[in-house]
Design a protein around this ligand. Sequence first.
Ligand SMILES: [Zn+2]
Length: 146
Amino acid sequence: METNNETKQEILDKRYMRMAMIWAENSYCNRRKVGALIVKNKMIISDGYNGTPAGFENVCEDEHGITIPYVLHAEANAITKIARSNNSSEGATLYVTASPCIECAKLIIQAGIKRVVYGEKYRLEDGLNLLKKANIEIVYINKDEE
Ligand SMILES: [Zn+2]
C-alpha cells in the first residue's frame, strides 16, 4: 500500500514516465535519447523516440557529432505516428522524458493534446511557455528520481 499522499494520477504519471524512459532506449542517437508516449483513456495510443524519418539511415549525427537537421524529436514522432493511424490525440496526455522544444510545443497544441508530463528541465523554457499559453496542463516529474 502507498503510505504517502500520492494520488492515483501521480502514480500513473510516474509509471508512464518510467515507460517513456525505457522507450527512449530505442533511440539510436548518440548525443541524446528521448522517449515519448501518448496516452488516452489509460491506453497508450502512440510512442516515439528521437530519430530520422522512416526510410532514412538510422544515424542522427554527422561526422562532427552534430545532430542532422532532419532528425525528428520524440514528441514529433509520436504525434505523426497518430496521423498515420485511425486514432486521435484529441484530449490525450503526452509523456516525454525531456522538456518539449517550441517546435514540438506547436505540434502538441495542434494535435489537441491537453496534458504534458515531462521528465527533464531545460534552460530554454519557450516550449513550456507556449504550452501554458495554450492552457495545456504541464506536470514535471524528475525522471532521475524514478
Ligand atoms: Zn522538440
